[in-house]
Design a protein around this ligand. Structure first.
Ligand SMILES: [Zn+2]
Length: 204
């Protein structure tokens, strides 16, 4: 019974996602270029390159990337049972330094592989694997292009790594932020005392 419920929930989610993506892609002319005609595609390698900038990322509500220049290259290998997408990301985006909040331009460089498998049955979601029906004539990869570019964001963003050349952090701001981060010298507050005095009975 649980398995059926799980499947149903997954199916509803999948239908919702497909509908949302479909609606969105219809609305956005900018997404048309990400639509790959897979049905007529011969087996073997096919290469695509997409230039991305702020105009692309603004379509995604919570995008951490705004001002940017990214070259997103896809090498698509069409095989009988799946499409293998090798993606290469090269570029930069504007953000702020983790230490001093100065505007920096961080490099975006990474490579990922996505498997698009043909399946007529509902499949569990897996990382880096998606399933489509053989009946699909096109594969719109705008969503993947966005998600993988976000994954290329470096974990540390600072002035030293600025693509325009190493810069110094604004030490005055760093000092100010460090002072603000000093913890309260009186950790015992009335609320904390009240919490400590609560007795929990595990045996109930
Ligand atoms: Zn800095």
């Amino acid at each position: 019974m649980n398995i059926i419920r799980e499947r149903l929930r997954f199916y509803i989610k999948l239908t919702y996602l497909c509908r949302a993506n479909f609606r969105r892609s219809l609305m956005m002319k900018d997404f048309k270029r990400f639509s790959i005609p897979i049905k007529g595609l011969g087996t073997g390698l096919h290469n695509y390159t997409f230039e991305l900038n702020e105009a692309f990322f603004k379509h995604f509500e919570a995008s951490p990337i705004h001002r940017s220049e990214v070259r997103f290259a896809v090498s698509l290998d069409k095989r009988p049972d799946m499409l293998v997408l090798d993606m290469n990301i090269e570029g930069w985006y504007e953000t702020s330094c983790d230490r001093c909040l100065q505007v920096v331009e961080m490099p975006l460089e990474d490579a990922f592989q996505l498997l698009v498998k043909f399946s007529e049955q509902l499949q569990e979601e897996e990382a880096d694997i998606v399933y489509i029906s053989r009946a699909e004539s096109h594969l719109n990869i705008a969503k993947f292009v966005y998600e993988y570019t976000c994954l290329a964001i470096p974990s540390l963003k600072n002035c030293e790594e600025d693509r325009r050349g190493e810069r110094d952090c604004d030490e005055e701001v760093v000092r100010h932020l460090d002072e603000e981060a000093v913890p309260d010298e009186k950790p015992d507050s009335p609320v904390w005392d009240a919490l400590k005095s609560l007795k929990f009975d595990d045996k109930k």
